[in-house]
Ligand binder design. Structure first.
Ligand code: MEV
Length: 452
C-alpha cells in the first residue's frame, strides 16, 4: 500500500461513531465478508445491554467481546488453607498442569508462602541546572513541603494503613547532564495503587519547580527546574513474595518411572540450567508466567505490569536468569520462587469486571498480600509441573492430548468423531494434518456406510 492509499484508509472521528457504525466502516474498508463479520461481532455481545455497557466502557472503540476460557485449579493448599484458583488462559494444558501440581503437593504439606515486603515506587524525573550540593542539602525541607502538598491525597490511604513512605533524591548527572529524580516509596494496602501513586507524583511535579524557584528559602544561586515526567515504576523489587515447596526426597517415590533421588537431581539440574542460560531461563520463566498471568487476568489485575516487573527482576544480576530455584540437600528437596509484583484486590477492574469480582470471591476475598501469595504459589506449581514433565516423560505427551481437542474443535468434530480420534491417537503423533486425515476418513466412511 502506498502513502496515498494508506491515507485514503485513514479516518478521523472513528471514536465518535456508534458501535454499529464502526463495524459498518470496517466492513466497507477492511473486511470482505460483511454478513459473517456482522454475525460474529454481534454474536459475542452480551445479551443484556447494561452488562454489555460495562465491557464497552472498560476500553475504547469496542466492537465486541473477546472470549478467553475461564477455568479453575482446585486442591491448592497454601499456608494450610485450601483454595480453588481461577485461571484465565488460552493455552491448553496450563490449568490441567496447575491442578496436577497442586494435587501432587497436597499430601506433602502444600505450598508455604510469605510476603517479604510491599513497597511500591514512583518517580519524578527532572532537570535542575542549579547547585546539586545545595539541592541535596535542602532535601529534608523539600521533602517536608512535598509531603504536605500531597496530604489531601494521602489522608485516606493513611487511614487504611498506607501512604507515602519516603522521598529520595537520585542524582543522574554523572551520566546525563542536570538530570535528577525524586524516587518516592509508597504503601498502597489492598489496591495496586497506580492512580494513587501517579496522582501524588504529579502533585510533586507541580510543586517541585515552585519550591526550587524559591531560591532564597531553599537554595542559593540560580537554577532552573524542569520536570520531565511523573510516573510510577512497574519495577517493584521491594513488593516481594516467596512461595516454596519442600519434602524429603524419598517422599517422591517413583515419578513417571524415575526413582525419587534421580528425579530430584534431574529436576534441580534443570533449574540450574535456567539459572545459567538466558535462553532456557526465558522458557522456564514463561512457564511460571503461564500460571501467574492466568490468575492475574482472572482477578482483574494488570498482567503487563506483573510481566514487566518479573522479567526486570529476573535480570537483576545483570544476566536474565531463572525466577525459581531448587536444591537437594541432606535428603530434602526444596523448590522456591521469589517474585516481585504489585496487585490489588480493591479498585480498578476488580471492582468493574463481574468475573474478576467472582474470582476474588472464589479465593475468599483475599487481601492484596494474600493474593500475592496465591499468585506466587500458582506460578511455582506451574513451573514444577513443566519441569517435572520435561525431566521425565517430556511435555508433548500431556500437551498433545489437549492439542488434539483444539484440532478437533477446529474441524467441528462431533462427539462420536472426537471419541474415535482420542482412541486412535492414544499411541500416535498428533498433528493438524494427521487429525484432518483421520476425520476426513471417518466422514468418508460414514458417508459410504450411510449410502450403503
Ligand atoms: C509452555 O507453555 C511452557 C514450558 O515451555 C515451560 C518450560 O519449558 O519450563 C513447558
Amino acid at each position: 500500500m502506498n502513502i496515498r492509499e494508506f491515507k485514503d484508509k485513514a479516518i478521523s472521528g472513528f471514536s465518535k461513531l456508534t458501535k454499529q457504525e464502526k463495524i459498518e466502516w470496517l466492513i466497507s474498508n477492511v473486511f470482505e465478508n460483511p454478513r459473517e463479520v456482522i454475525r460474529e461481532f454481534t454474536e459475542y455481545w452480551h445479551k443484556d445491554e447494561t452488562r454489555q455497557r460495562v465491557f464497552d466502557e472498560i476500553s475504547e472503540n469496542t466492537l465486541t467481546n473477546f472470549y478467553l476460557p475461564y477455568g479453575v485449579a482446585p486442591n491448592f493448599l497454601i499456608n494450610n488453607k485450601m483454595y480453588v484458583v481461577p485461571m484465565v488462559i488460552e493455552e491448553s494444558s496450563v490449568v490441567a498442569a496447575a491442578a496436577k501440581a497442586a494435587k501432587f503437593w497436597l499430601d506433602k504439606g502444600g505450598f508455604s508462602t510469605q510476603v517479604l515486603s510491599t513497597i511500591k515506587i514512583g518517580q519524578v524525573h527532572f532537570k535542575w541546572t542549579g547547585d546539586g550540593e545545595a539541592l541535596r542539602a535542602h532535601m529534608p525541607v523539600i521533602k517536608q513541603s512535598l509531603r504536605q502538598a500531597v496530604k489531601p491525597l494521602t489522608e485516606n490511604m493513611e487511614k487504611r494503613g498506607g501512604g507515602l513512605i519516603d522521598i529520595e533524591l537520585i542524582d543522574f548527572t554523572d551520566t546525563e547532564e542536570d538530570l535528577y529524580q525524586l524516587r518516592a516509596s509508597f504503601e498502597t494496602c489492598d489496591s495496586m495503587g497506580a492512580n494513587f501513586i501517579n496522582s501524588c507524583l504529579e502533585e510533586f511535579g507541580r510543586n517541585l519547580p515552585i519550591l526550587l524557584s524559591d531560591n532564597e528559602r531553599f537554595l542559593t544561586g540560580k537554577g532552573q527546574c524542569e520536570v520531565l515526567m511523573c510516573i510510577l515504576s512497574n519495577f517493584t523489587p521491594e513488593s516481594l513474595v516467596r512461595a516454596e515447596v519442600s519434602c524429603a526426597v524419598e517422599d517422591f517415590g517413583l515419578v513417571e518411572g524415575l526413582p525419587a533421588e534421580q528425579f530430584a537431581n534431574r529436576f534441580a539440574q534443570a533449574v540450574r540450567i535456567a539459572e545459567i542460560d538466558p535462553y532456557r531461563a526465558t522458557t522456564h520463566n514463561k512457564g511460571i508466567f503461564n500460571g501467574i498471568d492466568a490468575v492475574i487476568l482472572a482477578t482483574g489485575n494488570d498482567f503487563r505490569a506483573v510481566e514487566a516487573c518479573g522479567h526486570a527482576y529476573a535480570s537483576s544480576s545483570g544476566r536474565y536468569s531463572s525466577l525459581s530455584h531448587a536444591e537437594v540437600s541432606n535428603g530434602r528437596f526444596r523448590f522456591w520462587l521469589d517474585f516481585p509484583m504489585s496487585v490489588g484486590t480493591v479498585g480498578g477492574l476488580t471492582k468493574v469486571h463481574p468475573l474478576a469480582k467472582r474470582s476474588l470471591e472464589l479465593l475468599g476475598k483475599p487481601s492484596a498480600k494474600e493474593l500475592m501469595q496465591i499468585v506466587a504459589a500458582v506460578g511455582l506449581a506451574q513451573n514444577f509441573g513443566a519441569v517435572k514433565a520435561l525431566v521425565t516423560s517430556g511435555i508433548q505427551k500431556g500437551h498433545m492430548k489437549m492439542h488434539l481437542n483444539n484440532i478437533l474443535a477446529n474441524f467441528e468434530a462431533n462427539a462420536y468423531e472426537a471419541e474415535r480420534a482420542k482412541e486412535y491417537f492414544l499411541d500416535k503423533v498428533v498433528s493438524f494434518a494427521s487429525v484432518r486425515e483421520f476425520i476426513q476418513g471417518i466422514r468418508a466412511g460414514a458417508i459410504k456406510n450411510f449410502k450403503a
